[in-house]
Ligand binder design. Structure first.
Ligand code: GDP
Ligand code: IMO
Ligand code: MG
Length: 421
């Protein structure tokens, strides 16, 4: 495959950054197509750890061309901070991406506070309000942001309107001049990278370049197919790539579903296979399960194949990349959720109503674990038999072959099973 999408199959943090970085060694371009700096993608190589939020995970490799496509929402302040930490890179930013402005962050916080205990547990990065403004046709595109006069006049109008909303929410108001002065500096930093990335990508495809489309979040956080309303405000599915990058749907050749060997979730919302015993804190410690963006402890659960079959159906998955397999080492018995029971009836789907999903009780199979250290294995054959059986069972239950797996955070702790890219 020459154009492959990296999709998170669960609730995010599956190791998309690591898998993108690994496959990028064979790529010409890496494209982020949705979300913003709510994402936190970790890349580890040569003993160094990098946390990327907005920049595509190819940015650390000087041979890769990176694209931030039209489906993204870009916080200019966060962008300038992130770009200052990297050197020797190639980057193109879509003129049609939307800009996250200070009032989006304030509104995100204000609406979460209003919801009280029923909040979504957002990252407070202004993602929801920015996509809301995009659909309400009152957002600001990057093309306007980098145009001095248009930016000034449209920011003036927008802040006037948003201050009315913030006032109603009893939230401190924003000062136009201060924001304009600060953000016009960021606009100058961003401007040289801005282009029509749809044109750029289509030209790259015509030149037969190899492209990775790096999803953020995970399909269960998809606005359409996730556990609404406990979702983000964009679509991380493979099917959202054409719309969010400006290429034809048939140019996407496949998707690799990055799947944590268990399940994690940050933020609120149901998680049927959540583990409530001491084992959860053991896995959290071993897997270092704390948010890359917010530092929040991640909730831990058993692998849930109802979710994975859902992701396979709504997104499309050609292969799985199973990550963090090493974290399960030393656990005597591993459970895998294979269906749910809802009101006494066995189901194999995710109910649309969140109140119904909350009442789903998972049905598990139990598999024997392994105790051997697997962090140095170099091939599937090196794995202990119980780890092989665990992977084999996932393939059987999900109906998608494993293309690669991962046994540690480092780039070289990645094992290719199939030649997929
Ligand atoms: P992303 O948002 O999908 O890119 O994932 P994150 O980077 O937020 O979270 C994944 C975490 O797991 C990071 O800390 C990675 O360094 C780490 N990681 C990735 N693959 C493995 C693995 O196979 N084993 C272990 N132990 N850690 C891994
Ligand atoms: P990566 O790309 C895990 C979650 C938030 C919250 C919900 C909505 O690192 O996998 P938002 O700020 O997007 O409005 O929050 O989505 N969330 C993530 N969880 N990984 C992410 O990104 C996430 N991005 C958003 O915790 O529950
Ligand atoms: Mg993450």
């Amino acid at each position: 495959m020459r154009r492959l999408v990296i999709v998170g199959t669960q609730w995010g943090d599956e190791g998309k950054g690591k898998i993108t970085d690994y496959l990028a060694q064979n790529a010409d371009l890496v494209v982020r197509y949705q979300g913003g700096n709510n994402a936190g993608h970790t890349v580890v190589f040569d003993g160094k750890k990098y946390s990327l939020h907005l920049l595509p995970s190819g940015i650390l490799n000087p041979k890769i061309d990176n694209v931030m496509a039209n489906g993204m929402v870009i916080n200019p302040k966060a962008f300038v901070e992130e770009i200052s930490k990297v050197s020797d890179f190639s980057l193109h930013i879509s003129d049609r991406a939307h800009v996250v402005l200070p009032y989006h962050l304030e509104l995100d916080k204000a609406y979460e506070a209003l919801k009280g205990s029923k909040n979504i547990g957002t990252t407070h990065k202004g993602i929801g309000p920015t996509y809301t403004d995009k659909s309400s046709r009152i957002g600001m595109r990057v093309s306007t942001f980098i145009h001095e006069e248009r930016f000034r006049s449209s920011l003036y109008e927008l802040i006037r309107e948003k201050n009315i909303e913030l006032g109603l929410l009893k939230h401190p108001l924003l000062n136009f001049e201060a924001i304009y002065n600060e953000y016009s500096v960021y606009a100058k930093v961003m401007a040289p990278y801005v282009t029509d990335t749809s044109l750029y990508l289509n030209q790259a495809i015509e030149s037969d370049k190899k492209i990775l489309f790096e999803g953020a979040q995970g399909v269960l956080l998809c606005l359409d197919h996730g556990t609404y309303p406990f979702v983000t405000s964009s679509s991380p599915t493979a099917s959202s790539v054409p719309l969010n990058t400006g290429i034809a749907p048939w140019l996407v050749e496949g998707a690799i579903g990055v799947t944590k060997a268990y399940t994690t979730r940050v933020g609120s919302g149901p998680m049927p296979s959540e583990i409530h015993s001491e084992l959860a804190s053991h896995i959290r410690t071993v897997g270092n399960e704390f948010g890359t963006t917010t530092g929040r402890p991640r909730r831990i659960g058993w692998l849930d194949t109802v979710i994975l079959r859902h992701t396979k159906r709504v997104s499309g998955l050609s292969y799985l990349a199973v990550t963090l397999l090493d974290v399960l080492t030393g656990i005597d018995e591993l459970k895998i959720a294979i269906s749910y029971t809802l009101d006494g009836v066995e189901i194999d789907r995710i109910p649309a109503e969140i109140e119904d999903f909350e009442r789903c009780i998972p049905n598990y199979i139990t598999m024997p674990g392994w105790h051997e250290d697997i962090t140095q294995v170099k091939s599937y054959d090196d794995l202990p038999i119980n780890a092989k059986n665990y992977l084999f069972r996932i393939v059987e239950l999900v109906g998608v072959p494993i293309g690669m797996f991962s046994v540690g955070p480092d780039r070289n702790q990645t094992i290719m099973v199939k030649n997929i890219f």
